[in-house]
Design a protein around this ligand. Sequence first.
Ligand code: CTP
Ligand code: MG
Length: 181
Amino acid sequence: MAVLETIVIAFWAMLPAYVPNNAAVLAGGGRPIDGGRTWGAKRVLGDGKTWRGTAMGITAGLALAAVLTVLADGVGSALGFAVPEFTPLAALGLAGGAMLGDILASFLKRRTGRQRGAMFPGLDQLDFVVVSLPLVALLDFEWFREWFTLEVILVVVVLTPILHVTTNMIAYKLGLKNEPW
Ligand code: CTP
Ligand code: MG
């Protein structure tokens, strides 16, 4: 597989997992998932994880997967190689896994004494990959095996932190996010 082809497939396949975090930033607010509860002296998740942000994040990821699925044939023909169409379960694994990974990361941040918005290098950039890929494999293994080859997974692991840092920096500059990470 050519390198460029692998990068395009990795990016396309991960888009439904990339978009939920950004949608949550735009749509967040309202009731926190943990309802203000604490565990030990710290919040379970914190005010940065809300029902509305999570619901809108998953919805945005599913909607994008549906749009990409409609476009896949045309884009594939134009590029000269196939790009993924998303099965409903694959889309759910990507979008739901991304939000779940982000929530688990906040849980870990609170347990390690980090305040809301504190940086946790590594975890901040890869939390959603670590949860969404296994979840996709669990929900639709055939789809996972077809698209997430070893090469694609390697590109995802390298590309995701770069994209994450870039988009968060843009969101910070635009005043949408309080911190650049
Ligand atoms: N957000 C949300 N619900 C989510 C994820 C994010 O409402 N499930 C919104 C919140 O307004 C949050 C913002 O998006 O403040 C930025 O997300 P993130 O950086 O993940 O949260 P932080 O506020 O930095 O909190 P944490 O330290 O827990 O990551
Ligand atoms: Mg944050």
